[in-house]
Design a protein around this ligand. Structure first.
Ligand code: SF4
Ligand code: SF4
Length: 82
């Protein structure tokens, strides 16, 4: 999920504390076989299919670190990086 600077300022003005994510999701490109199993669980759009290249792309900037893709990935290409 990406929140605009205006959105962040609105939340701060509303008294909501904003903190950066304390963890990242990383993908081991050598393990990924582009099977697409992770696509169904990724609500943020961080994992998406490139139909031209026939590859699953991972956009770390869209990732909200929900970790749902980790269990969905058969070859364990996705992991938490603390
Ligand atoms: S489930 Fe794992 S192996 Fe399959 S496309 Fe996603 S990251 Fe790659
Ligand atoms: S942790 Fe995985 S499923 Fe969750 S947003 Fe990030 S890439 Fe998508």
């Amino acid at each position: 999920m990406i929140i605009s600077l205006e959105g962040i300022q609105f939340l701060k003005n509303s008294g909501v504390a904003i903190q950066p994510l304390g963890k990242d999701i990383i993908r081991n490109e050598n393990r990924c076989v582009h099977c697409g199993a992770c696509l169904a669980v990724c609500a943020s759009g961080a994992l998406a299919i490139d139909r031209v290249a026939r590859m699953v792309i991972f956009n770390n900037e869209k990732c909200i670190a929900c970790e749902l893709c980790i269990k969905a990935c058969p070859p364990r290409a996705l992991a938490v990086n603390f």
